[in-house]
Design a binder for this molecule. Structure first.
Ligand code: KG4
Ligand code: ZN
Length: 337
């Protein structure tokens, strides 16, 4: 089965063609991030305008790269939420139109659940039950997946998302948007003297829930930057921010691994591209001798793309008539479409 995926939830315009939920035949992503870098963050109207400009060329390129035409496609999958309403509507309207024209069914995709399916686009496949940590620019959720479509919410952020914390702290440090890659690249310039990265607080670690709080971090960074007669270098501050975020994500997630004893641990979302986060999970799983198979998609499949939407559609198999598909900007990871 070949599925065309379309993803336009924020500032990436993406189309991909995936075979049987696993094999990437093409995966095209156009981004307007450079434009948003000038303003330090995404301006929703501008992002939507860019979606309109990019969506058809991106789909055309996805077909060209796969060497296929619309006759070869069995399904069209599209992100319906969460995301920016204007951006979402561009992908949705495109999918509705293609469905009507080509007479192909449509699968409406949950952006957050779909991120997790980047883990099915590799050679070895996750085994259920799986615990998934979804860390993106707008969301931070921990969910237990007993099977495809059977998700239980375990915890999440009570305020800012992990990606948002990277983005806001980067801004305070004068680093460009998106903040995650900027912080990670600055941090790599800092020669870490083992264990000396303790400048910022690790909130909620004494709390028994599987929740996080990241809003205090930006306040702590602001205080440090404003009161900065201390001459702390940007690479050191970036390494401190990264370590504070990574520490709490790894600690709480591995507590959940011990409690729920899943077979697989799946990382997903843009922040999952973070090298330090991936390394720390790997080393802590080893140190704590946890019996779990750890999955982290290749970095280019962590950030927004359409390959995961097509994979999600293959495994979810629930089509929606094109007449009833609508944007769901506020959809949660366990929300019904
Ligand atoms: O999943 P995503 O591409 O878009 C949303 O659905 O939000 O995630 C974007 C977020 C941004 O906050 C960005 O700063 C963060 O992912 N991000 C990273 C890295 N690459 C992207 N955060 C930390 N390290 C990275 N390497
Ligand atoms: Zn995303």
């Amino acid at each position: 089965m070949k599925i065309l995926g379309i993803e336009t939830s924020c500032d990436e315009t993406a189309a991909a063609i995936i075979e049987n939920g696993e094999k990437i035949l093409s995966n095209i992503v156009a981004t307007s991030a450079d434009m948003h870098a000038k303003t330090g963050g995404v301006i929703p109207e501008e992002a939507a305008r860019q979606q309109v400009i990019s969506v058809l060329p991106v789909i055309e390129t996805a077909f060209k790269e796969a060497g296929l035409s619309e006759k070869d496609i069995d399904l069209v999958a599209v992100t319906v939420g969460p995301g920016l309403i204007g951006s979402l509507l561009v992908g949705i309207e495109t999918a509705r139109t293609l469905s009507l024209l080509w007479k192909k069914p449509v699968v409406a995709g949950n952006h957050l659940v779909a991120h997790v399916y980047a883990n099915w686009l590799s050679e070895s496949q996750p085994i259920f039950p799986a615990l998934a940590l979804v860390v993106s620019g707008g969301h931070t959720d921990l969910v237990l997946m007993k099977s495809h479509g059977n998700l239980e919410w375990i915890g999440g952020t009570r305020d800012d998302a992990a990606g948002e914390a990277f983005d806001k702290c980067a801004r305070l440090l004068g680093l460009p948007y998106p903040g995650g890659p900027s912080i990670s690249s600055e941090a790599s310039k800092y020669q870490n003297k083992n264990g000396d990265l303790k400048m910022f607080p690790r909130p909620m670690l004494t709390d028994k829930s599987f929740d996080w709080s990241f809003s205090g971090l930006k306040t702590a960074v602001l205080r440090k930057v404003q009161g900065s007669k201390s001459n702390v270098s940007i690479p050191k501050l970036a390494a401190e921010v990264q370590e504070a975020i990574v520490d709490v994500l790894v600690e709480k997630t591995l507590r959940a691994v011990k409690k729920f004893k899943p077979q697989s641990l799946l990382l997903a979302g843009g922040v999952a591209a973070n090298q330090r986060l991936r390394e720390k999970f790997e080393s802590e799983i080893k140190n704590q001798k946890l019996k779990i198979k750890f999955f982290a998609p290749p970095p280019r499949l962590c950030t927004d793309n359409a390959a995961y939407i097509a994979s999600y559609a293959y495994f979810s198999k629930s089509t929606t008539p094109w007449t009833s598909i609508d944007a769901r900007p506020e959809l949660t990871i366990v929300g019904q479409i």
